[in-house]
Design a protein around this ligand. Structure first.
Ligand code: UGA
Length: 456
């Protein structure tokens, strides 16, 4: 394996994981960011995002001398010794989809303007972020340098397991119209021994959307199936287990929930719809995937309404509800496009009084170390936060479990029951054992479960 000299532009979620993981594979990595305070924190080993193993990896690779952080792209480029300029430059900057499916490539453009002319001949420029189809082509046009290859190398990291996903990928995708550049990027990952798909740039770019939209479709399908289970008296856990043994389907990504969210699936499904619209293709399946997800939030509110009032049209006005989990999934502090917050907003509109608890937002020894010493917030988007689950449940007419934190499963539910005004738990992730809830004197309402109809 040849260690390569790598520059990473942007130390956001993707850039930092890429930089630290490539360093751990033996490459010499310099990460550039315009945020001076952030670079200083990173040099001290302080990582602002919750990501298991990432801060350890950053500290380890920084101490090993393979990873460094520099303020500004020109300075980062200049930090490489004379004659040892970077062989590969990863662009990990925001590339949002603008109106009409057109890529907003201002961030890429400004990086290219700043350092494009100074890159050594033969350097490879890589787009790692999720980018609209055509970005590699446009990056090459901006560069105006035939001696530099542009490659699309989408990442498939999940928040909460980014380091594990990077170092144990299902596949590496490398797309370019320059074969030599593509092979050089693929070689960076050779030690991982993952299947590698070498393709053209547009296919690599589309592949990322195709993967995320397929995952979203899988989840909307499961959520719809859970609803059908309720109507016909079947159990979604058994149904998904049974279909999951079919290797063409697989067991992963089949858990019903309050709807899919986060910074990727919602954005990418809408982006692909725009791509389809721009290509004059009516992608009905994808539209239905999104609509099913939007409806899922209302469905949870309807479930709460029925559980609390006994009526489909009952009023939630002044009903106190406890929300366990506000982030878009467990294991992260990320609130972007969180289904829990969307449901909270609908409940508030219906007049409910909300108190939340989330293990991502607590102080003390249990706290996730992402705020660099700052205290936990006292509220999240208008939902006041309690310091623990029992305090949040005080006087509640129902507890809603909205993310799948393991802590929720092992809560002392009889203590929770004693704190609550009425004994109702709506578990939108099916994570807490219904029998445990029942033993604690609580009524369990989940998604698509036979046990909710009184059977064990
Ligand atoms: C997603 C993809 O899974 C990654 O492969 C991709 O690289 C990433 O987007 C990206 O484009 O950067 P992520 O946004 O971290 O990763 O979140 P997921 O773990 O995929 O979860 C997405 C949503 O689906 C969450 O709201 C989660 O709670 C929900 N979900 C997931 C379920 O409701 N059920 C499941 O079985 C799995």
């Amino acid at each position: 394996m040849f260690a390569r000299r790598v520059m990473v532009v942007g130390t956001g979620y993707v850039g930092l994981t890429t930089g630290a993981c490539l360093a751990s594979l033996g490459h010499e990595v310099v990460c550039a960011d315009i945020d001076t305070a952030k670079v200083e924190r990173l040099r001290r080993g302080v990582v602002d995002i919750v990501e298991p193993g990432l801060s350890e990896l950053v500290s380890e690779q920084t101490s090993a001398g393979r990873l460094s952080f520099v303020v500004g792209n020109s300075a980062a480029l200049a930090s490489f010794e004379e004659g040892r300029s970077p062989e590969v430059v990863f662009l990990c900057v925001p590339t949002p989809m603008g109106a009409g499916g057109v890529a907003d490539l201002r961030a890429v453009e400004s990086v290219m303007e700043e350092v494009g002319a100074s890159l050594a001949p033969g350097t490879v420029v890589v787009n790692k972020s999720t980018v609209p189809v055509g970005t590699a082509e446009r990056t090459a046009e901006m560069l105006e340098r035939a001696d530099i290859g542009v490659v699309s190398n989408p990442e498939f990291l999940r928040e909460g397991s980014a380091v594990k996903d990077f170092l144990g990928p299902d596949r590496i995708v490398v797309g370019s119209d320059n074969q030599d550049a593509a092979e050089r990027v693929a070689a960076l990952y050779a030690r991982l021994g993952a299947p590698t798909v070498l393709t053209d740039a547009a296919s690599a770019e589309l592949m990322k959307y195709a993967a995320n939209c397929f995952l979203a479709m899988k989840l909307s399908y499961v959520n719809a199936m859970a609803e059908l289970c309720e109507r016909v008296g079947a159990d979604i856990a058994d149904v998904t287990e049974g279909i999951g043994y079919d290797r063409r389907i697989g067991q992963a990504f089949l858990s019903p929930g309050p709807g899919w969210g986060g910074s990727c699936l919602p954005k990418d499904t809408h982006a692909l719809l725009q791509v389809a619209d721009a290509a004059d293709f009516e992608f009905r399946l994808l539209r239905a995937t999104i609509d099913t997800n939007t409806r899922q939030r209302q469905r949870i509110v309807d479930k709460v309404r029925l559980a609390v009032t006994g009526k489909r049209t009952g009023s939630l006005s002044r009903v106190r509800l406890c929300l366990l989990g506000l982030t878009f999934k467990a294991g992260t502090d990320d609130l972007r496009d969180s289904p829990a917050l969307a449901i909270a907003a609908l409940l508030r509109q219906a007049g409910a009084e909300l108190v939340g608890f989330d293990p991502a937002f607590v102080d003390g020894p249990e706290a996730l170390k992402f705020r660099d010493g700052e205290p936990a917030p006292s509220e999240v988007e208008g939902v006041p936060l309690a310091a623990d689950a029992v305090s949040a449940a005080q006087g509640a007419e129902a507890v809603l479990v909205l993310t799948e934190w393991a802590q929720f499963r092992s809560l002392d539910w009889s203590v929770m029951a004693a704190a609550m005004k009425r004994p109702i738990v709506v578990d939108t992730r099916n994570v807490v054992d219904p029998a445990t809830l029942r033993r604690a004197g609580l009524t369990a309402v989940g998604l698509g479960r036979r046990t909710d109809f009184g059977e064990e």
